[in-house]
Design a protein around this ligand. Structure first.
Ligand code: 13P
Length: 254
C-alpha cells in the first residue's frame, strides 16, 4: 500500500569532489526544500562529507549513508560501522546497492547489514533489482531471492522498519527508467513475495521506493502510476532544482 508520506532519497554516490562543493550543493537543496515539505527527504553524501553537512542539517532533510559494515569494531580495514554513523546523526543507510553488490557484496552480507543497522536504530534502505529483463519473467525470481535473503531472521516488527528500494540495474544511470507499468508490476510482486514470508497486512505496510534514472520529467508519472511511495535518486540529486522538482512530484498527491 502506498504510504501517505513519500520518501525521496538523494544518493550522491562518489560526488562531488570537495567538501566545499558538497556544502554548496547541500545548501542549494536546503533552500529548495520548504519547512512544510510533505515528503521525507534524505541526502546520502559520501562518508567524509557527513560531519560537515550534519552541522547545518535542515529539519526536513535527514542524513543518510551509502553503506555500512555489519561489524561495529575490529579488523575490517576501510569500513565504517553503524555506531559511527549514528554518532553523526545519520538516520538512514543504503544497503546492498547494486554498485556495492557488483564489488562482491553478497546476499548474506546484505542481511547481516540489515540486522546491524536495525540494532543501531538506523533505517536500512535495502536495494534490490534485476540486472536485465528476460522475456519469460525469470528476473522476478532474482528479485524474490534477494527479498528472501534480506529478510532472513527479521521479525514482522523489524521488517516494518525496513525500506526496500527497487532499482533495476539496467535503469541505473542509463537514462532508461523502468516504465510506471514495470514499477507497478514489481510493487505487486514484492508485496506478494513478502506476503509469502510474513503476513499480508505486514507486507502491505513496507515502504517501497523506486530508483533508476528518475528525473523531473518522469517522476510524476512514476509516482502516481508506479504504486511505490517515493524514489531513490542518483544523478538528478546532484542538481538542486531537478531534485526539488522530483520531491515536489510526490507532494502533489496521487
Ligand atoms: P540514477 O538516478 O543516476 O539512475 O541512479 C540511481 C541510483 O543508483 C540511486 O541509488
Amino acid at each position: 500500500m502506498k504510504h501517505t508520506q513519500a520518501l525521496v532519497i538523494g544518493n550522491w554516490k562518489l560526488n562531488p569532489g570537495t567538501t566545499a562543493e558538497a556544502k554548496l550543493l547541500y545548501s542549494q537543496i536546503r533552500k529548495k526544500v520548504s519547512k512544510n515539505c510533505l515528503a521525507t527527504v534524505v541526502i546520502a553524501p559520501p562518508f567524509l562529507f557527513i560531519p560537515e553537512i550534519a552541522k547545518t542539517i535542515h529539519p526536513k532533510i535527514a542524513l543518510g549513508a551509502q553503506d555500512m559494515h555489519y561489524e561495529e569494531r575490529g579488523a575490517v580495514t576501510g569500513e565504517i560501522g553503524g555506531g559511527q554513523l549514528a554518532a553523526f546523526g545519520v538516520q538512514y543507510v543504503l544497503i546492498g546497492h547494486s554498485e556495492r553488490r557488483a564489488l562482491g557484496e553478497t546476499d548474506t552480507q546484505v542481511n547481516k547489514k540489515v540486522h546491524a543497522a536495525l540494532k543501531r536504530k538506523l533505517t536500512p534502505v535495502v536495494c534490490i533489482g534485476e540486472r536485465t529483463r528476460d522475456g519469460q519473467g525469470q528476473f522476478y525470481q532474482d528479485v524474490a531471492t534477494q527479498i528472501k535473503a534480506l529478510t532472513t531472521g527479521l521479525t514482522a516488527v523489524q521488517l516494518q522498519k525496513v525500506v526496500i528500494a527497487y532499482e533495476p540495474i539496467w535503469a541505473i544511470g542509463t537514462g532508461l527508467n523502468a516504465t510506471a507499468e514495470n514499477v507497478k508490476e514489481m510493487q505487486l510482486f514484492i508485496v506478494s513475495t513478502l506476503t509469502k514470508l510474513f503476513e499480508r497486512k505486514v507486507a502491505e505496510k513496507i515502504l517501497l521506493i523506486y530508483g533508476g534514472s528518475v528525473k523531473d520529467s518522469n517522476a510524476r508519472e512514476l509516482y502516481t502510476q508506479g504504486g511505490m511511495s517515493g524514489f531513490l535518486v542518483g544523478g538528478a540529486s546532484l542538481e538542486a532544482t531537478e531534485f526539488a522538482a522530483i520531491i515536489h512530484a510526490t507532494e502533489l498527491g496521487n
